[in-house]
Write a protein that binds this ligand. Structure first.
Ligand code: SF4
Length: 358
């Protein structure tokens, strides 16, 4: 994840300590907890292939134990996701446990279950709630598969904000909604929302490559996002480190390049890892190759399997390692390359050539 607004304006946010620490961490600093595969919606672009109530969740005790292990490993940040994390009635207890250990907690939700009651339950344990919005009402409801979900999500955002929780938007860029960047910033203005993160599509679960935009369009979309990032809002992008290179190309500022070097680009399996609803650990949500299990988290990095070892030395393996920006990008998202058949192939969403070869 890259804070575009930090690169453009220099304004620091709390999570920048992790994003630009420059530390070579032994254990990941960020863990994604996919606490359920159940969901009340069935979105077109869901990376976890979640769906209605077909799945048996791991018991609460397993996730509580994972929090304890995370604390022992020095994890700074847990992201509660799913499925729809609020589909579990006890998700707030996982958040509470993490909060008790001093780990910051972020909740990624479709917003439809953020009722006043649920917000009240979780408000003391989360640092941030990110609600997915895919565009204007009609577009959003079409993506989400059920009418009325846009309104419910907006209601959820209001409930969350009213309870004093830092609340922002999550927007996954696809061919069906890339034209609604202006709408998102207008919505933020209207609802008093201060943070937004734009996600590049990663081809996992139901998120098919056919839903993605081409790289020429991507360049223009990200330029637009960058231009909005000086408006006082916190603006981030995720899952494509090339966005940082574009900020550098647009500003020419050495400080930007220095920050990007400290960030180091994609760190799946190193600075971040993902735990599935079944307790399998992946390098990230989209690179769905097992590297361990929820019961033995430390072991994954202490006795690494060949994939973790290779990710630590990915410059030796990634096909684009001769790129002059490899130290700030690290080869992009392996999950997308994997979706095209070669884990070490070039990330198909790399638009570096579009930036420099006009
Ligand atoms: S060629 Fe590879 S390292 Fe260079 S910007 Fe693209 S994905 Fe990143």
């Amino acid at each position: 994840m890259i804070s575009i607004s930090r690169l453009m304006t220099g304004k620091r946010e709390k999570a920048d300590e992790i994003r630009y620490s420059g530390n070579k961490d032994y254990y990941p600093k960020v863990l994604v907890f996919n606490v359920t595969r159940n969901c009340n919606l069935r979105c077109e672009h869901c990376y976890s292939n979640s769906g209605f109530h077909h799945y048996t969740d791991l018991p609460l005790s397993t996730w509580i134990n994972a929090v304890k292990q995370a604390a022992d490993m020095g994890v700074k940040h847990i992201l509660l996701s799913g499925g729809e994390p609020l589909d579990r009635r006890d998700t707030y207890l996982i958040a509470k446990e993490a909060n008790d250990y001093g780990i910051s907690v972020e909740l990624s939700t479709n917003g439809t279950m953020l009722t006043k009651e649920r917000v009240d339950e979780i408000k003391n344990y989360v640092d941030y709630i990110g609600v997915s919005i895919d565009g204007p009402e009609e577009i959003h409801d079409k993506f989400r598969g059920i009418k009325g979900t846009f309104r419910k999500a907006i209601e959820g955002i209001r409930n969350s904000k009213e309870a004093g929780i830092k609340t922002g938007l999550r927007f996954t860029i696809t061919r069906d909604n890339y034209e609604y960047i202006d709408f998102i910033f207008e919505l933020m203005e209207k609802e008093g929302i201060d943070r937004v993160c734009f996600y590049h599509l990663a081809y996992a679960g139901r998120a098919d490559i056919k839903l993605d935009i081409d790289n020429k369009t991507r360049l223009n979309v990200v330029k637009k996002i960058i231009n909005y990032s000086t408006s006082g809002k916190e603006v981030l992008t995720a899952d494509n480190p090339v966005d940082g290179i574009l900020v550098y190309a647009m500003t020419g500022k050495k400080e930007v390049l220095d920050l990007l070097r400290r960030n180091g680009g994609n760190k799946s399996g190193e600075r971040i890892a993902d735990i599935t609803p079944e307790g399998i650990v992946y390098p990230d949500q989209f690179t769905q190759i097992p590297i361990g299990t929820i019961d033995n988290l430390k072991e994954i990095w202490e006795k690494p399997n060949p994939l973790v070892e290779k990710l630590r030395m990915r410059k030796l393996y990634v096909k684009c390692s001769a790129c002059p920006f490899f130290d700030v990008c690290n080869g992009g998202l392996r999950g997308r390359a994997l979706a095209l058949g070669d884990l070490w192939g070039k990330d198909p969403s790399c638009y570096l050539e579009n930036i420099f070869n006009k």
